[in-house]
Design a binder for this molecule. Sequence first.
Ligand SMILES: [Zn+2]
Length: 88
Amino acid sequence: MSTGFHVDKLSDEFGQYTLVLKCAECGHERKAEPLTLGRLCGWDARLEDVAKRMRCSRCGKKRCTLKAQFVYEELHAHQSRHCRISSA
Ligand SMILES: [Zn+2]
């Protein structure tokens, strides 16, 4: 473990990460901001507890797994801006 990046609760790492939600039933994957889930479930909620409450938007099953993914916010913002311009 060299990175030191570890998220157990939503408030860990100051919420500076992206959550990847994956449905074990149909494989549907989507990303969520810790801010959104923090407001919904509380910042002290643990990832595994949050995952149990999530419902898949495609198949409606409650079989989501949650994974925290470290992101470089600036790079992320730049990329999404670029995408919006090229698709307009
Ligand atoms: Zn699903």
